[in-house]
Write a protein that binds this ligand. Structure first.
Ligand code: NAP
Ligand code: MG
Length: 404
């Protein structure tokens, strides 16, 4: 069989530990035999980040700006223990954070759904995609622990020296204080990314905050979304028959549980953090969550939502068999290849991405899976629990059948 051609390279960001092992297996078994793969390779493994003083991460993000589509392996975000383990010169920042701030993107997370794994919420039939604003709020807050009575004020001094001052609370006792901020530019980018992604995936977009209580802060989010919707996206939404709607977060939570899924739920930073964990758990497994970073000017970076699966890697290093689920990482590849194909108008490549995903689903439906899924499948399915490599080989078998 002749290999499928590509015209523009994908930006390939390699990573760490168990996912780095899976990365190579996926390429060797599921991509390279079929696609004349073109990538611009960046090694974001911790050793290379140390060697290049993290320049490689910055370069990979800039390459994504240039080419438009990247696929990323999970990477270690160093903490104190990692600094010792890898003998690092400094505690390098999270690669995802660095890439996100260069691309100014929003992260969309969606579960991979199969018929034999039932979500905890019975009526969920289609994926719920969470769009989390990844800037500011409580993640960049300033806090004070108040130890005795006194007056807390919110003071803003503009560049001309004008002061705006509000009393927060006259403390008669000890307590706590917190200062938050966000920027119009970041909220606007978030809104643009969400509307573009909704159009791209032809799904409704929901947005929810607590604007009834937070009459300036959350209200700003609500108004920006509405304004941007009407000015830039309303027409396209109507043409596609999809809808945008805003609702109070309390109402959204109730509606989400009663819904059958199949939409994007956009949330502020903290809400998105918490709700994405709830949604992924309710759908089954972190190993089945895909993730894509979309910039407001339409650049895409695909990855798995999970980390480097350290515990499995240590077992692997000891020569023990591991059964790590490669699904989300395979979907990062298929997602990136499909997006590249769309941009370059390459039908064969797009088709390959679709078939690769179908081969994965067929394999799971036939009962072949990694250990983590075994306890989640419905009764009556004959289960074959496989190690990562054998699971990938089984997918390859199904893929070859589909491509023949
Ligand atoms: P993790 O790698 O997601 O793993 C947590 C646990 O979830 C695993 O120990 C495993 O449970 C289960 N799990 C996750 N993915 C799985 C898969 N594909 N197949 C089977 N089981 C899976 O999170 P972590 O242990 O908190 O973090 C490890 C490293 O990853 C850290 O250095 C962190 O900085 C990094 N990280 C990177 C990213 C990213 O690059 N996007 C995201 C998160 C974390 P069992 O052990 O019970 O089998
Ligand atoms: Mg969380």
């Amino acid at each position: 069989m002749e290999k499928i051609k590509m015209s523009t390279p994908l930006v390939e960001m390699d990573g760490d530990e168990m996912t780095r092992i899976l990365w190579k297996m996926i390429k060797d078994e599921l991509i390279l035999p079929f696609v004349d793969l073109k990538t611009e390779y960046y090694d974001l493994g911790l050793l290379e980040r140390e060697k290049t003083k993290d320049q490689v991460t910055i370069d990979s993000a800039n390459a994504t700006k240039k080419y438009g589509v990247a696929v990323k392996c999970a990477t270690i975000t160093p903490n104190k223990q990692r600094v010792e383990e890898y003998n690092l010169s400094t505690m390098w920042k999270s690669p995802n954070g660095t890439i996100r701030s260069i691309l100014d993107g929003t992260v969309f997370r969606a579960p991979i759904i199969i018929d034999t794994i039932k979500p905890v919420v019975k009526n969920w039939k289609k994926p719920i995609t969470i769009a989390r604003h990844a800037y500011g709020d409580v993640y960049k807050d300033t806090e004070i622990r108040v130890e005795k009575p006194g007056k807390a004020e919110l003071l803003f001094t503009d560049i001309d020296g004008n002061e705006t001052r509000n009393t927060i609370y006259d403390f008669e006792c000890a307590g706590v204080l917190q200062g938050l901020y966000n920027k119009d530019s970041s909220i606007e980018s978030f809104a643009h990314s969400c509307f573009k992604f909704a159009i791209d995936t032809k799904q409704d977009l929901w947005f929810s905050t607590k604007d009834t209580i937070s009459k300036k802060y959350d209200q700003t989010f609500k108004l920006k979304f509405q304004e941007i919707y009407e000015k830039f996206y309303k027409e396209e939404f109507e043409k596609l028959g999809i809808t945008y709607f805003y609702t109070l977060i309390d109402d959204a939570v109730a509606r989400v549980i009663r819904s059958e899924g199949g939409y994007i739920w956009a949330l502020k930073n903290y809400d998105g953090d918490v709700m994405s964990d709830m949604v992924s758990t309710a759908f089954g497994s972190l190993a089945m969550m895909t993730s894509v970073l979309v910039s407001p000017d339409g650049k895409y970076e695909y990855e798995a939502a999970h980390g480097t699966v350290t515990r499995h890697y240590y077992k692997y290093l000891k020569g023990e068999e591991t059964s790590t689920n490669p699904m989300a990482t395979i979907y990062a590849w298929s997602g990136a290849l499909k997006k590249r194909a769309e941009l370059d108008k390459l039908d064969d490549l797009y088709n390959f991405g679709v078939k690769l995903e179908e081969a994965c689903i067929d394999t799971l439906l036939a009962g072949y899976m990694t250990k983590d899924l075994v306890n989640l499948v419905s009764d009556g399915v004959e289960v074959h629990s496989l190690n990562s490599h054998d699971f990938i080989l089984k997918i390859r078998e199904n893929l070859e059948k589909k491509l023949a």
